[in-house]
Design a protein around this ligand. Structure first.
Ligand code: ZN
Ligand code: ZN
Length: 368
């Protein structure tokens, strides 16, 4: 079928709106009419050409929409159902069997392989292949092919257009607090970076009942929303010295630290500002030098202080159960993720990304 997609034509180039051909759904696939799709940091990293993806490519991995058609073997949804699209996993490796699909042994191949697992392509431009199946969806388009494993039914009352953000960025931040670090009520937390992931962590921390929620964020424009979502203290010294500021507020250090930035000058300060028996969770990477960056802790220091260092993918989400629990929290008024979102027409994708880059909005959702 003919679809309309925002195509990344080459590394670092702006998106181009284009008509492409999308395959029919196979037995295990679900065709979704996209109603809204979030823009996540990984889309921008992929657009920049940092990931091993071939161009042209259709990115987008926070889709939400209405099921149009399903393959013969699909049982979970039927045409007309409203769904969120999340990341793909294999379903049969040790992590998947343990309900930890974020650590699937096939995660990279299934989400960034550019094709179906068998190597066939879902997207074509005339006779040429276009990289698709990004996070099992490639949802910067008005239609997307997903699979039973990476779709979740939307609960009544959750706004369809913006619900896709729960499928990656928002679940990463919230899951870091509620699952990966499993923060204790009453404890203290520092979130470094007040983007969509960081502020989702803040919302989850408030819902969990943490006593102090500190935010390190350079944009003053984020303060009002951050405070509304649960931040109790801002640590944003002009000289970038977070540690002194944190220790002034919490002389024994902070119990949990979540870094969403990967900025080396901030990460280097974590050993100074974390409490004994503290947990340091990290979801961010510095631009460009992903493999060169190491953790800023000495072996003896981490041991003597009983620290836990926790790498986090997708907030340890199990997809079905966790996204549903975030929707329940939203419906109960404890997780107002809609406050992060600003919608733009998909045709204005480049301007929308620029607005997010300038700090004019926290989280962009594109409407096809
Ligand atoms: Zn797996
Ligand atoms: Zn993402």
């Amino acid at each position: 079928m003919k679809i309309l997609a925002a195509v990344a034509p080459s590394a670092g180039a702006p998106f181009v709106n284009k008509s492409l051909n999308l395959d029919d759904p196979r037995d295990d696939e679900v065709l979704v009419r996209i109603q809204g799709v979030g823009v996540c940091h990984t889309d921008l990293v992929a657009q920049a050409g940092v990931l091993p993806l071939k161009f042209p490519a259709v990115l987008g991995h926070e889709g939400a929409g209405i099921v149009e058609r399903v393959g013969a073997k699909v049982r979970k949804v039927k045409p007309g159902d409203q769904v969120i699209l999340s990341f793909m996993s294999c379903g049969h490796c040790p992590s998947c069997e343990d309900h930890e699909p974020a650590y699937c042994y096939q995660l990279t191949a299934l989400n960034m392989g550019g094709s179906r697992p068998d190597g066939s392509h879902t997207l074509h431009d005339g006779d040429s292949v276009v990289t698709g199946s990004f996070f099992g969806q490639s949802s910067f388009a008005n239609y997307s092919l997903a699979q039973e494993r990476n779709i979740v039914k939307i609960l009544p009352g959750v706004p369809l257009e913006i619900a896709g953000v729960l499928g990656c960025g928002v679940q990463t931040g919230a899951g870091a607090i509620l699952r990966s670090m499993d923060c204790k009520p009453g404890a203290s937390l520092l979130v470094i970076g007040g983007g969509a992931v960081g502020l989702s962590a803040v919302m989850a921390a408030k819902a969990r009942g943490l006593s102090r929620i500190l935010l390190g964020e350079r944009l003053d424009s984020r303060r009002d929303i951050a405070r509304e979502l649960g931040v109790t203290d801002f640590v944003n010294p002009p000289d970038g010295n977070l540690a002194d500021e944190v220790l002034r507020l919490l002389p024994n250090g902070v119990d949990y630290v979540l870094d969403t930035t990967g900025v080396p000058s901030l990460l280097e300060q974590v050993p100074r500002l974390i409490a004994r028996r503290g947990t340091f969770g990290f979801v961010g990477l510095p631009p460009g030098s992903h493999t060169a960056m190491t953790l800023p802790f000495g072996l003896m220091d981490a041991m003597r202080r009983g620290l836990t260092l926790r790498g986090i993918i997708e907030g340890d989400s199990d997809v079905d159960g966790f996204i549903e629990s975030l929707m329940e929290m939203y419906l109960a008024g404890n997780f107002p993720f809609d406050k992060l979102v600003r919608t733009f027409p998909m045709a204005e994708i480049n301007a929308a990304i620029e607005a997010q880059h300038q700090g004019e909005c926290v989280k962009v959702v594109l409407i096809p």
